[in-house]
Ligand binder design. Structure first.
Ligand code: GDG
Length: 473
């Protein structure tokens, strides 16, 4: 280490990978929040003297830099008003719907944008302060798109990467953003810009050509450096993945398998359990899934008692209006379907508006005969990959939306267009009735694919691309 407070490898994300826990006696501590990104980056962080910069998760608190599980954490302060404008507003009610094909209408407010600029500057300043000379800084996601440029202005010695976890929209949609030029310029401050799909990288390069006229030759973009020369920015797909071994290890634990059996028993041992696991978000296609399931019950193609749909909808963004409305609609539909088709002892839909420990999620994956991923637009969708990683028994069938990034890799799933309700119904029936032989063949191929590209390979390939960019000078 060059200095106790300087780091050679820095990850910057909106949230730090820890949650604050306050014990009943009032003592505060930090618990690591489990997530693929932390698992993937932990070895790199340890090996290369790394730090993580992000918001600690509570408004208006000043937290000094600290270490949790050997990772140095540098908190960035956000006020309650900034959380409202920068985070819930601009990030989750402007960029999120815009980048997901305007499934919900994006709201454009100038005071939200101002707050986005201010907060991005704070993250850039924090990064500039703790980065060692020549360090590598990896910025994560749509909340921080201006950070690469802001950071380069202060610290041209750094190698900067940016990864976009969500889609990048086609130009016709992106062009609606009143600040479309500033956002592109912000991103172009990076040396490497990563996207989930090849199509996202293509959309980004097209936006650069349309708005700035810079020359692009995939994966490279030539960006004028203001002194008559130019720098090269690499924009390409790095499809994210999960900790495949970690999930499989949990799925092999006897107590998790026993829990999966218990779930089946408690649901009355139906012949088919269908499962959906999503944050309660309008991009996930939960309504389309419920509509298809309801019609299959109505038509007598599926019978409650024989088939049950378990829908975990984990609470999300509950202060954003569109999410409140969505919750009402979904809960109305679930209530109606259960009212029409459930019996006293058996629901048609077991609806759970909770978050669960990872072990419980894995038990659900093991208990489910059919996994439904029907997103209308999704950067990747890790749930699809988790389901596959857990099915070491090579059982289970995956119905997967072609609008999820995962569809580029998981071609042996039953791919669907969730807007086509008849097509979705057919795929759901096909999955429920699939022979065990076909299930095995498909699952085996899916598992091969998921194992080939796990999250450490993802992070390694991104880091290699940054190193390569850095050594080019
Ligand atoms: C964004 C992009 C991209 C959900 N409920 C519980 C729980 N989860 C876990 C799942 C999965 C994760 O949350 C959700 O990841 P997804 O990929 O499905 O979706 P987003 O949250 O929208 O993530 C997405 C991702 O970033 C990564 O780049 O794939 O496209 O939108 O891991 O298992 N986990 C636990 N309890 C829950 O109740 N423990």
């Amino acid at each position: 280490m060059t200095d106790p407070d300087l780091y050679d490898f820095i990850v910057v994300s909106n949230r730090l990978p820890v949650d604050r826990v306050v014990d009943p006696d009032g003592t505060e501590s930090w618990r690591r929040s489990p997530g693929g990104l932390v698992t993937a980056l932990e070895p790199v962080m340890r090996a290369s003297d790394g730090a993580w910069i992000g918001w600690a998760g509570a408004p208006d608190i000043d937290v000094e830099p600290f270490t949790a599980d050997e990772i140095a954490l540098v908190p960035v302060r956000l006020t309650a008003l900034e959380i409202e404008r920068y985070y819930e507003g601009f990030s989750n009610d402007t960029l999120w719907p815009l980048y997901h094909d305007v499934i919900a209408p994006p709201s454009f407010h100038r005071e939200w944008w101002d707050s986005y600029v201010e907060v991005n500057q704070r993250f850039a300043d924090a990064s500039a302060r703790v980065a060692a000379p020549g360090a590598t800084v990896w910025v994560q996601d749509y909340q921080l798109q201006l950070v690469p440029k802001m950071l380069r202005e202060q610290r041209p010695d750094l190698t900067i990467g940016f990864f976009n976890h969500i889609p990048f929209p086609p130009y016709g949609i992106y062009a609606q953003l009143p600040w479309r030029k500033q956002v592109i310029e912000g991103l172009l401050g990076a040396d490497v810009i990563g996207f989930q799909r090849v199509a996202d990288a293509g959309n980004f390069s097209r936006a650069v050509r349309r708005l700035y006229g810079y020359a692009t030759k995939a994966p490279e973009i030539r960006v004028p450096d203001g002194e008559g020369g130019s720098r090269t920015v690499v924009a390409k797909a790095f499809p994210i993945s999960i900790d495949v071994e970690g999930f499989e290890e949990i799925a092999r634990r006897p107590e998790v398998q026993a829990r999966a059996q218990q779930i089946r028993d408690e649901l009355g041992n139906p012949s088919t359990i269908m499962l959906g696991v999503d944050r309660l978000d309008y991009t996930k296609g939960i309504r389309h899934r419920l509509k298809a399931f309801g019609e299959l019950l109505r038509d007598g193609e599926l019978r409650a008692g024989e088939t049950v749909l378990v829908q975990v909808a984990s609470p999300s963004r509950e202060r954003v209006e569109a999410y409140m409305q969505l919750r009402d609609e979904i809960e109305l539909t679930v209530g109606r379907l259960n009212g029409d088709y459930a019996t006293i002892s058996q629901p048609a839909i077991s609806y759970l508006h909770h978050g669960y420990p990872r072990e419980e999620m894995v038990a659900l994956y093991l208990a489910a005969d059919v996994m439904l991923v029907t997103a209308l637009r999704d950067g990747m969708n890790l749930v699809a990959k988790e389901y596959v990683a857990c099915r070491h028994d090579e059982g289970g069938a995956l119905v997967l939306s072609e609008f999820a990034g995962a569809a580029d890799e998981l071609k042996n799933a039953l791919l669907v267009n969730p807007h086509d309700i008849d097509g979705l119904k057919e795929a759901m029936l096909q999955a429920a009735r699939m022979s065990s032989r076909e299930r095995t063949t498909r699952m085996r191929a899916l598992r091969r694919r998921v194992r080939e590209n796990d999250v450490s390979r993802w992070s390694q390939s991104f880091i290699d691309a940054m190193r390569h960019a850095g050594s080019r000078g």
